[in-house]
Design a protein around this ligand. Structure first.
Ligand SMILES: [Zn+2]
Length: 269
């Protein structure tokens, strides 16, 4: 016999099944990423109609069967309506959901990722933050939470903790100015490929802050346009190298060209 459990989480993805049903993917505090069957969720009078949609955050009562969950009831605290009212922010949001779905696993402790997702969607829904910055913060923090962030606090060659202005994607982080200069001149091809950057102070500090800050304090700063462009370029290069996955929503986001590819200051080419 199965039993009912209550979990707190967010709907990451929804798939229509048959004529009236849905299969939803949830990121939960208690069980990590799970999928649940939402019977009748597409009927117009269904209690689950509003709840079984991407971004819905709240409590979900699930019947735990032998091999699957079914959604019985939901009490939604946040639909992120301010986010879904904005076309551009919605696509960033879909990208974050897809990113979280890719990274998270069942029965894994994903509380940090759930918190990060929640705070990042709130930041997208607020006019206080540039969506491109929210994206950089989300990507870098998500990779750091999953143990795949770049090494930003000491030189990868000598251990020096100051003047870490050289960033080598291929090496996975920073070199100090003297090691960076030496490595840089020996790595002409890599530099030409655009996998190395001479970081602005503010880019370095922003990346260090994102990695070391708590999720609650992540969205408390902004950066200048040149620094933001460098952050975008560094994260694009780093993500391509260490996250071997192509996100459908990212492709759409880039095709809608919210983010122009040109103008990458500090790229050593
Ligand atoms: Zn060094």
């Amino acid at each position: 016999m199965g039993q009912n459990i209550v979990v707190t989480g967010m709907v990451l993805n929804v798939m229509p099944i048959g004529d009236y049903d849905k299969r939803i993917t949830l990121l939960t505090k208690e069980r990590g990423k799970i999928t649940a069957f939402a019977r009748g969720a597409r009927r117009p009078n269904s209690q689950l109609l509003a709840a079984a949609n991407p971004f819905s955050f709240g409590e979900f009562e699930l019947f735990e069967g032998r091999s699957s969950y079914s959604l019985a009831k939901a009490s939604i605290q946040n639909y992120f309506r301010e986010l879904t009212a904005d076309f551009q922010a919605t696509y960033y949001g879909f990208y974050f959901l897809e990113f979280a779905e890719y990274y998270c696993q069942e029965n894994n402790d994903e509380r940090e990722m759930l918190k990060l997702l929640y705070q990042s969607l709130r930041a997208l829904g607020s006019s206080a933050y540039d969506n491109r910055l929210v994206r950089c913060i989300f990507e870098l923090k998500a990779m750091a939470v999953n143990g795949e962030g770049p090494n930003m606090f000491s030189c990868l060659a000598c251990g020096e903790k100051q003047n870490l202005h050289y960033f080598f994607t291929e090496k996975g982080g920073c070199f100090c100015d003297s090691c960076g200069k030496a490595a840089g001149s020996a790595k002409e091809t890599e530099i030409r490929r655009g996998d190395s950057f001479l970081l602005e102070d503010s880019t370095l500090y922003a990346m260090q802050y994102i990695i070391s800050s708590t999720v609650e304090k992540l969205y408390t700063f902004s950066v200048s346009e040149p620094v933001l462009k460098q952050l975008l370029a560094v994260m694009k290069s780093y993500r391509k190298r260490y996250l071997d996955h192509s996100f459908k929503s990212l492709k759409i986001l880039e095709e809608m060209s919210f983010e122009t590819p040109e103008g990458l200051p500090g790229k050593m080419s």
